[in-house]
Write a protein that binds this ligand. Structure first.
Ligand SMILES: Nc1ncnc2c1ncn2[C@@H]1O[C@H](COP(=O)(O)OP(=O)(O)OP(=O)(O)O)[C@@H](O)[C@H]1O
Ligand SMILES: O=C(O)c1ccc[n+]([C@@H]2O[C@H](COP(=O)([O-])O)[C@@H](O)[C@H]2O)c1
Length: 192
């Protein structure tokens, strides 16, 4: 059975931290592929600085152009919004009955997991691979949970918020995002 890691995110915009996580999960944890699932709207986040989902998808695609086992997914574009992960997972299981899906997330999302729709069902039916994030230590209830694996990987300070603020302040974002993504942000005048 092929095993796919689903890395859900707003990707507003995608940054080098996301790419390091996706590449680590795709190549060091026994997965066949990682799919970056672009969420139109995270139910727990205000839309505020969220740019349109097509531009976010385009930046994801530019960023993974040369990655063999990392793909983007638009599955949530055609589902109701905001994007509840459990609904997407059920939809994906129906569409790909012979694929084993696992979730990928940063440890910040563990702190809000109990606010997610049907989180007990997610934990019952799926395995979650968690990448640690500075300032978000995983609580023992999660590190000891049979459905959760916390990777022992270097911490990264990257965030999309930092990038959006930097662009707004006219700062250079080279290497925080791939060159192709930086050019896209500049050419379209995003986040100004
Ligand atoms: N530096 C990081 N370390 C670990 N996980 C991260 C990091 N940045 C993002 N993630 C994870 O990537 C996924 C998508 O995150 P998201 O697109 O919201 O990026 P973000 O940098 O957290 O954005 P924002 O600053 O807008 O909240 C989430 O599971 C998040 O936990
Ligand atoms: O299903 C939920 O209730 C739920 C609550 C909060 C976040 N999520 C999803 O978690 C993913 C991470 O969100 P973000 O904004 O941190 O990239 C994104 O796909 C959201 O739709 C899902």
């Amino acid at each position: 059975m092929r095993k796919i890691g689903l890395f859900f995110g707003s990707f507003n915009p995608i940054h080098t931290g996301h790419l390091i996580i996706a590449n680590y999960m795709a190549n060091y944890t026994g997965l066949d592929e990682v799919w970056l699932v672009v969420s139109p709207h995270n139910p727990l986040k205000k839309k505020g600085s969220l740019i349109n989902m097509y531009d976010r998808l385009e930046m994801v695609n530019l960023a993974i152009e040369r990655a063999e086992n990392i793909r983007s997914s638009t599955i949530e574009f055609s589902l109701p919004q905001p994007s509840y992960t459990i609904d997407t997972l059920i939809h994906l299981r129906e569409k790909y009955p012979t694929t084993d899906f696992v979730l990928i997330m940063g440890s910040d999302n563990l702190q809000s997991l109990k606010k997610w729709k049907n989180y007990e069902i997610i934990l019952r039916d799926y395995h979650i691979q968690v990448y640690p994030r500075p300032d978000y230590p995983a609580a023992p209830e999660w590190t000891q949970h049979p459905s959760i694996t916390l990777t022992d990987t270097p911490l990264m300070e990257f965030s999309s918020t930092f990038i959006r603020n930097a662009v707004k302040n006219g700062k250079n974002i080279r290497y925080f995002v791939p060159d192709s993504v930086m050019a896209f942000i500049e050419n379209k005048g995003l986040y100004r």
